[in-house]
Design a protein around this ligand. Structure first.
Ligand SMILES: *[C@@H]1O[C@H](CO)[C@@H](O)[C@H](O)[C@H]1NC(C)=O
Length: 650
């Protein structure tokens, strides 16, 4: 992909030249750099995911040791940007486990990623993802300059320093010069301003990272910076107080392309119920306009549509109706109130089914976000419809304004509706605003969270959406030392998943003749806690009633599984059961529990196949020695992911 501007009007050229020079001389350190095309290759850690880096093409240095399975990789040749950059580099064969430099290029999202085993790394498969990347040999291409510092998608940089991304924004840095014609790299988030910037620059051709647009007065750096624009007290923001982008006012040729650091497809659900009243509806509109202003809407940045709901929802405009902040603000001003009840649930359902379609301008490559505004509380239920929305890849935010007071609580249809509707209960996705008059204070934090695309984590993968129950044979034949190996196997397998109370959860049952619950799905909610709990499991010793153990696990573990989780039972045994396993295995199947049976030593293969979910060859494993158990971990994870990806999800 290349953007070429063959003829350039002198005036535009001059403006660009001036800006470019300003960029150089306003920053003395950078001015020196332009003389030397040399640049330092930035270093990253093994766990950095490509999606976190905004640059569309860059060189990085990977440390040694990225072959470790804990750095997850999705895909083969083309990797989902959810993958570890360095892990993918090892998988692709460009690097080995001793690290080194690589060249990374972002490419479009794919409708599917195939997992494979290569160069000591097992990659996983994944359905649709919004962005991909490929790994090339580290030889830089002629005529291309690479960023010497990377731009990260959230304000949290690997060094943990807040505000780095914003800083990069404020200091346009020319990273190198060359007299060669510039090869325009394939760029997802390239702005026209940047493209023009590159092409115009005879006698000097500059390449700029996408974040460092020539925009010293960019409104984003103002809005997201430390200076508080908001006046105290119940004064609505006068949006005229936000400095206009100099670049745009000086050259009408350049249509605003939007903030490339905030590429999201956004649906705003506004409350148009009769109860809200004219004045508060007006405040809501003003809030929307302020958000639009702060977002910097455009085809290379955020796109936004609005749905208004009362009794029923209706789309005011979709993602492609208005593609810049100014037009959107004008359109928002013209919205009239619908009236009726406050059926937010119905509106969320409507948005899930209709709003994020291709025809409505959904780009597919940008995360989907729905912000639901509620005056007081909704008149219908939102938990279930929000779950469906999240499972179809929509990140749901809730803003509740003037929620129920203590004496009004009994009117509320669904208590705690906002926290039930979102995918994290840590407050990231919810805002509880005391008064309409203070709503304007929410603009800045809301925009910051919406644009923190790395934390928009509501999409599901095979690693973050299961309830996994281990059923562990503690019979006498196992022995103390082998029992430790089994626990290690359980721990190592658990480590492969993303564990928290809203991601994958782990539970465990140990059995002999009898059964006991070691810990349930809600006992622990971090990987470390789970790992130490597994370590603490004490060896019981006794008989082997596997059938009763399955029954027990269904009642004591899986009954408490969440409806939106995949239920997976992993049973480990070393011998034939004293009781019948057929009926309990059938019961597990009927309850939607997918059962993996892992047999060691004296385990009976025919019995494993009865216990395991059909087809047995994918769900039952036999190993002759405990010491070889570890070999099955990659296969079990792979099968869980393959199964997850092959089944339809809403
Ligand atoms: C578990 O992982 C550790 C460390 O990676 C390894 O040494 C051990 O062999 C593994 N054991 C099993 C049973 O998977």
């Amino acid at each position: 992909m290349g953007i070429v501007v063959p003829t350039m009007k002198a005036s535009v050229f001059e403006v660009l030249l001036v800006l470019l020079l300003t960029g150089i001389y306003s920053n003395k350190g950078m001015a020196k750099k332009t003389k030397k095309p040399k640049f330092a290759v930035p270093q990253i850690n093994c766990d950095v995911k490509a999606g976190k880096i905004i640059n569309s093409e860059f060189m990085v240095k990977c440390p040694a040791g990225c072959q470790d399975p804990k750095y997850h990789v999705f895909g083969t040749d083309v990797y989902a940007s959810y993958s570890s950059v360095c892990g993918a580099a090892v998988h692709s064969g460009v690097l080995d486990n001793s690290g080194g430099k690589i060249l990374v290029r972002k490419v479009a999202g794919q409708s599917g990623y195939r997992g494979s085993y290569a160069h000591g790394v097992k990659s996983l498969s994944l359905p649709r993802w919004r962005e991909s990347f490929i790994i090339l040999e580290s030889k830089p291409q002629k005529g291309v300059t690479y960023p010497s510092t990377l731009t990260y998608s959230s304000s949290k940089t690997p060094a943990g320093k807040a505000g780095e991304a914003t800083k990069a924004y404020e200091n346009p840095s020319v990273t190198g010069t060359t007299t060669q014609p510039v090869t325009l790299t394939q760029t997802l988030a390239i702005s026209v301003a940047e493209a023009v910037y590159r092409v115009t620059s005879k006698p000097f051709t500059a390449s700029v990272t996408s974040s460092s647009r020539p925009q010293p007065m960019g409104r984003r750096s103002q809005d997201m910076g430390e200076t508080d624009l908001w006046k105290p007290g119940p004064v609505l923001l006068d949006s005229g107080s936000v400095p206009e982008e100099e670049f745009n006012t000086q050259s009408s040729e350049l249509v605003p392309q939007g903030d490339p650091n905030c590429r999201v497809d956004l649906s705003f659900l506004i409350d148009g119920s009769a109860n809200i009243g004219k004045r508060r509806f007006q405040i809501q509109k003003q809030f929307l306009a302020d958000v639009v202003q702060a977002l910097d809407v455009g085809p290379d940045g955020p796109l936004m549509g609005v749905v208004q709901y009362g009794d029923n929802p209706a789309t005011q405009f979709n993602l492609k109706t208005h593609t810049n902040s100014q037009d959107l603000k004008t359109a928002i001003e013209k919205i009239t109130q619908r009236g009726g009840l406050s059926n937010a649930g119905r509106a969320i359902s409507f948005v899930t089914k209709n709003f994020f379609s291709k025809a409505n301008g959904n780009r597919g490559s940008a995360p989907n976000v729905a912000v639901v505004m509620v005056d007081g509380w909704p008149t219908d239920k939102v938990e279930e419809v929000s779950r469906v929305a999240r499972e179809s890849g929509i990140n749901v935010f809730f803003i509740t304004v003037e929620g129920a007071a203590e004496r009004e609580k009994h009117y509320v249809t669904e208590p705690n509706f906002a926290s039930k509707a979102v995918c994290r209960t840590n407050g990231f996705y919810t805002f509880n605003v005391q008064s309409w008059l203070s709503l304007h204070k929410t603009v800045k934090p809301l925009v910051k969270r919406i644009c923190d695309t790395d934390r928009l984590a509501c999409s599901k993968t095979c690693l973050n959406s299961a309830d996994i129950g281990f059923v562990i044979d503690g019979s006498s034949s196992v022995g103390t030392s082998n029992f430790r190996t089994v626990l290690q196997f359980v721990a190592n397998l658990s480590k492969e998943f993303e564990i928290s109370d809203t991601d994958t959860r782990i539970g465990a049952v140990q059995y002999t003749y009898e059964q006991r619950l070691e810990f349930g799905f809600d006992s622990y909610n971090s990987k470390n806690d789970i790992l130490s709990a597994i370590k603490r499991v004490g060896y019981w010793s006794g008989g082997t009633s596997t059938g009763a153990a399955i029954q027990y696990a269904l009642e004591q573990l899986f009954k408490k599984s969440k409806p939106n989780k995949r239920k997976i039972m992993i049973l480990i045994t070393d011998g034939r059961s004293y009781d019948d396993v057929r009926i309990p295995a059938m019961a597990a199947y009927q309850k939607g529990v997918i059962t993996y049976a892992v047999g060691v030593a004296w385990a009976a293969q025919d019995e494993l196949e009865v216990i395991a979910t059909h087809p047995a060859r994918d769900h039952s494993f036999f190993v002759d020695e405990f010491d070889n158990l570890y070999k099955f971990i990659p296969r079990i994870v792979k099968n869980i992911c393959t199964e997850f990806n092959s089944q339809p999800r809403n």
